[in-house]
Every structure is written in C-alpha cells, then in structure tokens.
Design a protein around this ligand. Structure first.
Ligand code: ISE
Length: 325
C-alpha cells in the first residue's frame, strides 16, 4: 500500500485525495494544510490524519501530491526530492522561473526522474486522440488552442498565463513535439480587467501556434485543432444536447472547469500511482514545467514590450528527452 501525503487541500488537493482514496493500492496517510477546518474535514473523508505542516507530512510518507498555493511548490519539491520521494506536483511547477531552473538541477543531481507535473490534458481522451492521430500525419504546421473561462475575478496577464494558459503552452509543446521559441502576446483590457489574451508562437519545428484565452466567456470550454503536413485534427467541445424551445435552439455550457475533466484527473492519478509502484516516473516532467514557465516569462515580456520575444531555454539535460506526454 503506497502511503501518500497530500499537501494543500484546496480544490485540486481535495480532488486528488479523493481519487487516491477510491483507487486500489494506495492510501492517503496525511493531508497537510494550515486551514485546520478544511484539513480535518478532508482527512476525515479519506481516512487520513491532518497536519498544518506540509514538511512533517513529507517526512512520513512514500509519495507526495503537491497541491498547495503555487508559491510554496518549490520548497515542498526540494524537501521531497531530498528524501527521494515520488511526487505529483500540480501546475505550475513553481511560481517563478529561477525556482523552476533550480528544481530541474535538483532532480538531475538525484539522477532519476521523481516528479510528474500536473499538465493533465495529456490524460484527456480527446487530447490523446489528437496526439495519436498526429503520429501518422507528418510535421505539425499549426496548433490552435481555445480556452474559455468564466472567471469574474480580475486577473493580471501574468496570473492568467501562470494559472490557466500554462496548460495550453504544454498542449502546444506536446502535440507539436517542439519547443516554443518565440511568442507575441496581445491582451484585451476592458474597464481595467484583462478579458482576452492572444498568444502567437513560433515553434522550433518551423511551425506556429496560437493560443486564444477568454477570461470572460459565457461558459467553460477547451478545444484544440492541429494542422499537420498530411491532415488536420480537431478536438472540438464535447457534443451537448440541443434544446429547441420557445422559438430558440440552445445547448447548456457549464461554467465549472472541474466537471469536464474529472475523469481525466482520475486517469492522471491512476497513471501516477502506477508509476510510483513501478518506481518509474512517467508523464510531464520538471523540464516540461520549466519550459512552460520560460514561455510564460517571454509572454509577459512581450505583452509589456509590444514585440515578439524569444524564449530562452537552458540546454536540456539528458534525463529528459523531448517533450513528455
Ligand atoms: C484552472 O486553474 C485549471 O487548472 C483549469 O484546468 C483551467 O482550465 C483554468 O483556466 C484554470 O483557472
């Protein structure tokens, strides 16, 4: 039985803890969060103990899920890597690029992959179908990601990039199997709020990508379309029932970003637990987390300069080859 500590009991921590509890072969031993009420409630639901101290939980487990606020990821990652524990770390890998670089160096110094990063689109059935179709369609010329959120809260362009668009950045790198080498960012502001962010990217395989992100949409939707040398693949939104009523035709779009991906999160957890059992980390790597963060930095710089900005990446250590699915 793998004893897993879950650090952070917000939406993602609770989702992961419940999936571990429901899956065979693992148990949640600790949930760690300074919020005692939320921590104890989740611990009670999944048969675990609660602690306010994430480091204490990491010191007493076989594997760790890091789902704390982004700014604490780096410290918990260091502690888990020092103890050579398997980790599932929510995206973003870290809150800033320097920490991401350091975590790559830390894992390389351990000499084997221990961390899987929570870019969970790679476990989503629609996205997997696109990836599989692309294997026989030749080089990717264009990836188009469309990501719509219904958030009412105002966010800066940086926050939108780090919290939401980072998923699409990984999707582009994964499906094109190429790094993003240059990015141009354009944002639409209304009444002091960022409503829309458009990223136009150049890829290391001479292709291009566009990421369209709406932070004030009518409903939550994620889709992707890829044009390759020998064909085009579209993962549109799931079909929804069309209702004809009172002189109109309508389909319901939810506003919740959890519900459409709940099964994906379960599959992500299953894959991670299997990799822990076989001591063989799989899925998105800390390199993927670092590379995505480097694109975020270039995208922020581009929004400020008004020009395309190059993405600066260190040489890829041999521990990681290419872009992981
Ligand atoms: C949220 O943090 C997520 O992880 C969702 O997958 C994403 O679609 C949403 O935009 C984010 O805010």
């Amino acid at each position: 039985m793998i004893r897993v500590a879950v650090v952070g009991v917000g939406g993602m921590g609770a989702c992961h803890a419940r999936h571990i509890h429901d899956l065979a072969g693992a148990e949640v031993c600790w949930v760690a969060d300074p919020d005692e009420q939320a921590g104890r409630a989740l611990a009670c639901d999944v048969g675990a103990c609660w602690t306010s101290d994430g480091f204490a939980a990491i010191a007493d487990c076989d594997a760790v899920v890091i789902a704390s606020p982004d700014r604490f990821h780096a410290g918990y990652l260091d502690a888990a890597l020092a103890a050579e524990l398997a980790v599932l770390c929510e995206k973003p890998l870290t809150a800033d690029l320097a920490d991401a670089q350091r975590i790559v160096a830390h894992e390389v110094s351990v000499g084997r992959r221990l961390v899987q990063v929570g870019f969970m689109r790679v476990y989503d059935e629609r996205h997997i179908q696109v990836s599989e179709a692309l294997t026989s369609l030749g080089p990717v010329n264009h990836v188009r990601c469309v990501h719509r959120n219904t958030r009412a809260e105002a966010r800066t362009v940086r926050r939108i990039l780090v919290e939401s668009i980072i998923h699409d950045i990984h999707t582009v790198r994964w499906l094109a199997q190429a790094e993003i080498v240059e990015v141009m960012t354009t944002a639409v502001q209304r009444a002091g709020q960022t409503r829309f962010v458009l990223l136009a990217c150049r890829l290391g395989n001479d292709g291009v990508a566009t990421i369209e992100f709406d932070d004030a949409a009518a409903g939550y939707e994620v889709s992707v379309e890829v044009s390759a040398e020998h064909g085009n693949v579209l993962a549109s939104e799931p079909n929804r029932a069309l209702v004809r009523h009172a002189g109109s035709v309508s389909a319901l779009i939810g506003d919740d970003w959890f519900a459409p991906f709940l099964e994906t999160y379960r599959l992500e957890m299953r894959a991670w637990l299997n990799s822990v059992t076989s001591s063989n980390a799989t899925g998105p790597t800390v390199w993927d987390g670092y590379a995505a963060q480097a694109v975020v930095e270039a995208a922020v710089a581009s929004e400020q300069s008004g020009h395309p900005e190059a993405v600066h990446l260190d040489d890829q250590p041999s521990l990681y080859s290419g872009v992981a699915r």
